[in-house]
Design a binder for this molecule. Structure first.
Ligand SMILES: [Zn+2]
Length: 309
């Protein structure tokens, strides 16, 4: 299932699988929606209804679409999940139907298994994953035409909407096209940024579609779970160029079982830095290491923030 897909890549340097570019003549719209200080409710189909100022008395109420970051359960560094779509893309309501919350739970559980108990600190509201909805004010085709810089556009739009907090990394599930990659990440210090993104409707020539099924609770991770975690690790600055098996562009090249592998072989991820020599628990204080990340919970002894934070 997850095995035949091409590895992911850094948005700026390489990329991963996706669709025939939509109509390249499609024009940019000037509609400016994006995030606003309202809460929307919706069923996941059609345009969401905005209910300005309406309060149910529970800002964490489940099943409601939110275009703002809800109250945080945690202080400090954390990963915030976003469901994003272009103005002309079908609204699959992945923020409302539990798909993203379940998938995120699966990849974070896998991470905890790999680390012996540490996982990423997730932004939750009253215990439930806080997923923000972002309508990107462009068409799907316009956004796809930004390849390989779709990640950059998404980060720009989040920032323009005032939705980037200085203690958060953003895991953006963008339900749109790319012909270059299934996702992209920042990679500090070369590419400083806070957005790790998946392009869910990507179709890269020669590779299966990016639109693979989301894992649900109890499932093992599939392609989309490994892929988002892969992009998040890039956005933390991993694997760094000091890693012994670096490919020089954020990946490892020793085994296709590695979460951060990229190379000629099909990607069969099942391990986090299998030999603990490249980016996790390698013990070299001079080389970036996920084990020292301030985004882990429980936190390491001397937590380190990503470069640029
Ligand atoms: Zn990559």
């Amino acid at each position: 299932m997850r095995s035949l897909l091409a590895p992911l890549a850094l948005a700026v340097l390489v990329a991963c699988p996706s669709p025939e570019g939509d109509d390249p003549a499609a024009t940019t719209t000037t509609t400016t929606t994006g995030l606003a200080s309202t809460t929307e409710t919706g069923t996941g189909t059609g345009a969401p209804t905005t209910t300005t100022g309406e309060s149910t008395g529970d800002p964490c109420a489940p099943g409601q679409r939110s275009v703002i970051d809800r109250p945080d359960d945690l202080d400090g560094p954390q990963v915030h999940v976003v469901f994003a779509r272009a103005i002309d893309q079908d609204d699959r309501g992945l923020d409302l139907d539990g798909s993203l919350a379940a998938s995120v739970g699966v990849w974070n559980t896998w991470l905890a298994e790999q680390t012996g108990g540490q996982a990423l600190r997730l932004d939750t509201c009253d215990g439930a994953l806080d997923v923000t909805y972002l309508e990107v004010p462009h068409t799907d085709a316009h956004i796809a035409a930004q390849d390989p810089y779709i990640r950059n556009l998404l980060e720009h739009e989040l920032a323009a909407a005032g939705a980037i907090a200085d203690n958060k990394l953003y895991a953006v599930y963008y339900d749109g096209a790319s012909t270059y990659s299934c996702g992209g990440g920042a990679w500090p210090p070369l590419i400083v940024g806070r957005v790790a993104a998946m392009y869910l409707r990507g179709e890269v020539p020669g590779s299966p579609p990016c639109l693979q099924p989301f894992a649900t609770g109890g499932d093992p991770p599939g392609y989309l779970e490994f892929a988002m975690l892969h992009e998040i690790l890039h956005t933390l600055g991993l694997a760094a160029t000091c890693a012994p098996h670096t490919d020089g562009a954020g990946h490892t090249n020793d085994t296709p079982k590695d979460l951060l592998y990229s190379g000629p072989e099909p990607w069969y991820p099942d391990s986090l830095d299998p030999d603990h020599d490249d980016y996790y628990a390698h013990g070299d204080p001079d080389c970036p290491d996920l084990a020292r990340s301030a985004l882990l919970e429980p936190p390491p002894e001397s937590p380190e923030l990503p470069v640029g934070w």
